[in-house]
Design a binder for this molecule. Sequence first.
Ligand code: 5GP
Length: 268
Amino acid sequence: MNQGKLLYAGKAKSVYRTDTKETLIVEFRDDITAFDGGKKDTLKNKGSYNAGVSAFFFEYLEKHGVKTHYLQMLDNNRMAVRTLSMIPLEVIVRNIAAGSIVRNYPFKEGVKLDPPVIVIDFKDDSRHDPMLNDDLIIALNLATPQELKKIKKISLEINRLLSALLAKQGILLVDFKIEFGRQGTTIRLGDEISMDSMRLWDTKTRESLDKDVYRFNKGDVMATYNSVAHRITGTAARPAGAKKKPGAEEKEGHGSLRQAAKPTAKKR
Ligand code: 5GP
């Protein structure tokens, strides 16, 4: 597959055309940002951790009947995906009160939200991603009522699947943000699901295992991403900076995170 022209560069990922109209390449860069781009850094290997975890989740979700844009990993940072027409909504599913919901509403941090709370923001940096409601989404023609119903249903299913998967690794899925796109009339999960877009807490210690470590200077963000990425995918974490010997295989689990997941079926 040949990488073509740059189509779009976001804060942490770049999207490229390929020689096939139906396929794009997403590159997970080492850039990290927070607070609407107010805090920025480039952290070596960060892109590969997020790419590996996203690929792992996309494969898991596909296996459990959720349609995603994922096709295969091309290398540690680049993922081949189906071309979607993206819907400019940020769908946030919350299981535990944290972050903006605690700042904006009278929730106590750490309180369980049962049933989970879905919040949908308008993906528009120039407006700072304002929160929407169903009527606004329909009035703005961002999605039809049927699409919105489907998006919420898929989001709750993803929450159910990933919460259970992470619980087995001693991780609480506090909240996460996902984005969807259309491929014809089919709604597919797009974008990424990674430490940048989830809030994860250790079940026992409740310590942050995600971008909050970077946002709020809670510790060594790359050590956290390294260890949580391997914890999620079931592979042994490599010491920081360690290089794998050529041809050497991981002893267990999903193989090297950096070579990430095997291709899934190429059904369109
Ligand atoms: P909050 O609204 O509490 O800031 O974020 C809720 C969840 O959605 C967190 O897991 C956060 O990482 C994710 N999230 C919210 N907005 C964005 C965004 O613009 N980009 C990414 N990658 N994640 C977001």
